[in-house]
Every structure is written in structure tokens, then in C-alpha cells.
Design a protein around this ligand. Sequence first.
Ligand code: GDP
Ligand code: MN
Length: 352
Amino acid sequence: SPPAIHHAPAPAPVPAGSTDREQVGKEKASFVMLIRNQELEDALKSMKQIEDRFNRKYKYPWTFLNDVPFTEEFIRETTKRASGKTEYGLIPKEHWSLPDAIDEPKMRAAMKKLEEDKVIYGGSLSYRHMCRFNSGFFWRQELLEKYSWYWRVEPGIGFYCDVEYDPFEFLRVSGKKYGFTITLPEYKSTIPTLWEETLKFMKTNPQYLNSNSSLQYLLEDKDQGKGLDANPEYNGCHFWSNFEIASLDLWRSEAYRKYFDHLDQAGGFFYERWGDAPVHSIAAALFLGTQEVHHFADMGYMHVPWSRCPQPKEFHKYGQCVCPFELKDSFDLSGWSCQPRWWKIAGKEYGS
Ligand code: GDP
Ligand code: MN
């Protein structure tokens, strides 16, 4: 007779995939994933980690957005993987198409040039729609109207530490509006006139500059201490927007709507290749007070090609982190990181 094999006792029912999807967390919040059907595997990888590390205890809903209808398979598999409710939104055409004012031959020529220069996604039109959508339209989707907060998740990320508290609640209670994990400079060739247009906008709308803004965080070393009137230069630093936990009201605000409209009319989402990361970041840095922007120093995160984990002091205290790289390779300390600039303006330092 075959040897007796000991089986683990049947586990208690797990919330993931169960039918009890009632939200436990108390905030009006959702995960948001803009994604293509063919990225299902990577979506599930991201979800698994976020669910295991955080959401199985809170059961916040997931909102999936797509410019084409989701397949039945995508809906079935992501619903199985979620502990909370799931909703699937089809993006309206007018949020994902060329505005009438865009001169198409001019755009095509610019795309060709960036492609020849080997600028990443330089020749891609869909990437441009994606960046414009994430800048000006994701927060206008009907499915998100009921929420105050969102956590942006991308396919294929790594999420390495337990989150033992509700980050949405944390932001609300501490009066913060925007949270990030990684900050780095943008490729200048994708945003030749973004800053120029920003300066124009701020000069006609100076009332939107927060009196406690993070302007200096955005400025080149040679321009430190200068104000907007001195036409200082942008250093390219931005919060990496593939991860965001933030307030939807930040984007719904008059200041941001007008800023987006100004940028959209300038055409740089198409004639150049403006990313939603520098657009969000410049807005957050100028319209919010520094204290309203939060670095989630306790979160371990990876999006190709960079990763970071909590710094030594926190590392052993919280989160049961499993970081698949050496701490010295954590992005915060890389020469390419803007984190030291953020520490400086936020009055923090490595290890705090
Ligand atoms: P990267 O992070 O800058 O390399 O760009 P990604 O390819 O990851 O795109 C950013 C996000 O937008 C990801 O969540 C993608 O799944 C999503 N995305 C990019 N292009 C499209 C698209 O054409 N359609 C849809 N539905 N999602 C897209
Ligand atoms: Mn990505």
C-alpha cells in the first residue's frame, strides 16, 4: 500500500476569490488598473502581491479600465484574484483619440524623429493616448466618481512588504493628497516644452502656486532658491506614476483641470511625448504643500527597471519585506534617483 502522505489541514476559507467581497476598509477608495487584455498574466501577478500584502484584510474594490472591451477571460480571472468587488470600464472614445486641433502630419513627423533618436516609446501613438489619458481622463471615468482615493497598479510590478495599515486612511487623516514610492528624472527629449508651458500657465494663474509648494524640488541646482518669475530650469524630477496612492480630488480641482487643459491645447502629449508622471508630479509639487505629498518609505516596490525597499532603520521593524535584491541596490541610493532631493525638501534623510 502506498505510504501515508500527510496533507495540511484544509485551510480556513480565504477571502481571495470568495463570494464575500464586502469592503472592510472604511475609505471611499479603489485600486485602478489601466490595462490591455493581453497583459492578463502580469495583472494577476500584481494583484496577487497587493492582495496578499494588503488588500485581503481590507477588500477594497478594483477598477479596471481599457480602451477596448475586456475579454470574458480577463474579467473572470481578475475577479477570482480580487478579494473585493471588481468593475470594468470601457474608456469613452473622446478620452482616447486625437483632439481635432492636433496637426496629424506634424505629429507623425515628430514621432518619426523620436523613434529615430531611439527615445523610448517615441514612435508610439497608443503610448501617447495612454499618457494623455492618465493625465487628463482616468479620474473622469464614471466608475471612479464614487471614490475619493485611488491606488494605481500596473501589470508586472513587485510589491515586497506587508502594509499593516490603511494607506488611504493614512493620507486622509494626515491631510496628505499624493503618495509615491520612487522618484527619478524624466528623459528630457520627451518633454522639450513641458516646463515652458508650465511657466506660461503659472504666470497667468499665479494663484495656484501653493505658498508651501515643492517648487525647489523641481529646479536645477543652479536655480535653487529662485522663484517662477526668474524662469528657472526644470531638473526633470518626477514621482514615478506607475505607483500612486492619491486623492482623486487633486485632479478634479480647478487648478489641475485648467493646467491639463492648457497642456492639452499646447499639444505636447502628441507633438512631443509628455508622460503623465511629470505632468502629475509638477502639479502635485506646485499646487500642493510639501507636507501634502508623501513618500511611502515603508513600501517595497518594483517596476521594471527599478526597485526600492524600505531603508535599514525601518527594514527589520515592519512589513515582513522580502526584497529580491540587495539593499545597497535599492533605487533610493542610486545616482539616478531624485530621492535625496525629496528628502531635502521634506526635511528627511536616508534612514528616516
Ligand atoms: P511603461 O510603464 O511606461 O513602460 O508603460 P506601460 O506599457 O506599462 O503602460 C502604462 C500602463 O498603461 C500600464 O498599466 C499598461 O497596461 C497601460 N497601457 C499602455 N498602453 C495601453 C493601451 O494601449 N491600452 C490599454 N488599455 N492600456 C494601456
Ligand atoms: Mn509599466
